[in-house]
Design a protein around this ligand. Structure first.
Ligand code: XMP
Length: 517
């Protein structure tokens, strides 16, 4: 297992994903992890991430000294290389020459890390690597025991190596895909230098998780709020495989789900897989509490609180439940750690299942808390969930509640569901669904004039929204073909009563958000 210490780079999660993709288990911890905790973790290797600070200031982050005393390989990336150089006796200085973006690095001296890895060969016979570079400071004196591993014209020290201790530093970012050989370099570090085998595979992850669940839960009963989203669905499939009928799922239909979503959830889990699912039809309750409310944050709160009330009520009817399972995944864990140290900002109050009936005193079971989304999807498929469900676009907790602008009404939700269904169905048919990261329709409660056949129409407006993004923090609007948009727009207006106009949202994030509320 690999320990990744986070110095605050925007790419740190990517490092962890690359390591996992290489089939090696890793954990991400803040750079100020205690020496004792580092030793207890007992990693087979350590990676120091990049970060926004400068090593040349006195009060900036340093790696725990224990990292260099464990006798295991260390890879410092960008800031990680600089702090390693500074902590081990080298000299780093600020430079006026900042470099950001594509660069070509000459790889010198055949180090174990870069040997035979190159994109081109220079006339002098050096290996050349196309990399993604970002740095302001530079290392000017190597620490004792280190030799130069790579350089560029503006960063004479772009890579350093102490092959005796297996300490490596690179100024560029092997974790981003712009560094073409990045995954190979990371694999080399993990498999050849740290000696880690590639045994973090979906099959093994499931087996481990099942073992762990059986041990924790014993013969007690587990309750799960099943939403039909990827995370809770995979938890359901996993727990069902581990403990069968000891798992009881509660599925709350809030009336704000997509077209036929409730029936599909029941068909997949209850009918097909034989999972115990209690379906609660709570449409009335949600809609009556939302009556007259137009403020988006207020709507989110009401939907969240109503969910908790309904869920608690159902849970209260069950006897002998000892555990509450949740679909928490690793980015949630990292994010909430970040939130505690004040690093994350709340832009919208995102709602997840959180309603623990206090008097029930449930213990929390989070079998996915070590997994990234792509790993969750892979084990979902391995557990037999339909690929359609596992690779579905994300859907917000408050559902159509934040896609109907202003007051939520059943009439609006019914119209929106149909329009959204047509849009998604066509994306799938024309092979565009997987090329967009998220796509949906938004209901605008304004009326617009139209004309069809022999009559005038005066009806509502629907907006189509489709974005491409990696992390959902920034996004570009999807440049869907005009012919496609034309076709979907015609279908929506022709097939649905109540819509006279369709528009396409061409706002990026920023400045827009992905959802309209
Ligand atoms: P925004 O609109 O903030 O959305 O750009 C980013 C991603 O988060 C989803 N989203 C939510 N998910 N509860 C959720 O569970 C929410 O309240 C919520 N608001 C937005 C959104 O669908 C997108 O994927």
């Amino acid at each position: 297992r690999i320990l990744i210490l986070d110095f605050g780079s925007q790419y740190t999660q990517l490092i962890a994903r690359r390591v996992r993709e290489a089939g090696v288990y890793c954990e991400l911890h803040p750079f100020d992890m205690e020496d004792e905790a580092v030793r207890t973790f007992a990693p087979d290797g350590v990676i120091l991430s990049g970060g926004p600070e400068t090593v040349t200031a006195a009060e900036t982050p340093r790696a725990p000294q224990a990292v260099f005393e464990l006798g295991v390989p260390v890879l410092g990336i960008c800031y990680g290389m600089q702090t390693m150089a500074a902590q081990l006796g080298g000299v780093v200085e600020s430079s006026d020459h900042h470099e950001y973006g594509y660069a070509q690095v000459r790889a010198r001296g055949h180090t174990a890390l870069l040997k035979d890895i190159e994109d081109h060969t220079s006339p002098e016979g050096y290996g050349l690597l196309d990399v993604w570079m970002s740095h302001g400071d530079r290392v000017i004196d190597l620490p004792p025991g280190f030799k130069l591993m790579a350089s560029t014209d503006s960063a004479p020290v772009a890579g350093i190596a102490d092959e005796e201790r297996h300490f490596y530093g690179v100024q560029f970012h092997p974790e981003v895909t712009h560094t073409r050989q990045g995954q190979r370099i990371i694999n080399r570090f993990l498999h050849d230098i740290c000696g880690c085998s590639a045994d973090w595979t979906p099959g093994n992850i499931i087996e481990d998780a099942i073992g762990w669940v059986l041990e924790s839960v014993g013969d007690e009963q587990v309750l799960l709020g099943l939403s039909g989203g990827v995370d809770s669905s995979v938890v359901a499939a996993l727990l069902h495989k581990a403990i069968g009928d000891q798992l009881i799922c509660v599925f709350v239909d809030n009336g704000l789900l997509r077209h036929q979503e409730g029936d599909q959830v029941m068909a997949t889990f209850a009918e097909h897989m034989g999972v115990r699912v209690i379906r609660v039809d709570a449409e009335e309750r949600f809609l009556s509490r939302l009556k007259g409310v137009t403020d988006p944050e207020q709507k989110r709160k009401i939907i969240g609180n109503t969910f908790i009330d309904v869920f608690d009520e159902e849970a209260g009817k069950l006897e002998r439940v000892a555990w509450l399972a949740q679909g928490t995944i690793y980015p949630d864990v990292i994010e909430s750690a970040g939130a505690k140290s004040g690093k994350a900002h709340v832009i919208k109050s995102h709602h997840n299942v959180g309603g623990l009936p206090e008097e029930m005193n449930l213990k929390l079971l989070e079998p996915l808390r070590e997994l990234f989304k792509d790993e969750v999807r892979k084990i979902g498929v391995e557990l037999g969930l339909p690929a359609d469900m596992v690779y579905r676009h994300p859907f917000p907790g408050p559902g159509l509640g934040v896609r109907i602008l202003g007051e939520v009404k059943k009439e609006y939700a019914d119209i929106l569901r149909l329009a959204d269904h047509i849009f998604i169905e066509e994306l799938r048919k024309q092979d565009l669904y997987d090329k967009t990261s998220q796509a949906f329709c938004v209901f605008l409660p304004v009326k617009s004039v139209g004309v069809t056949g022999d009559g005038r129409r005066y009806e509502y407006v629907v907006a189509m929204r489709a974005v491409e993004t990696i992390d959902f923090m920034t996004a570009r609007w999807a440049h869907l073909p005009y012919d496609f948009l034309d076709h979907v727009s015609r279908r929506i207006v022709n097939e649905i009563n109540g819509i006279s106009r369709v528009v396409y949202d061409v706002t990026g994030k920023p400045p827009g958000t992905i959802e309209w509320e």
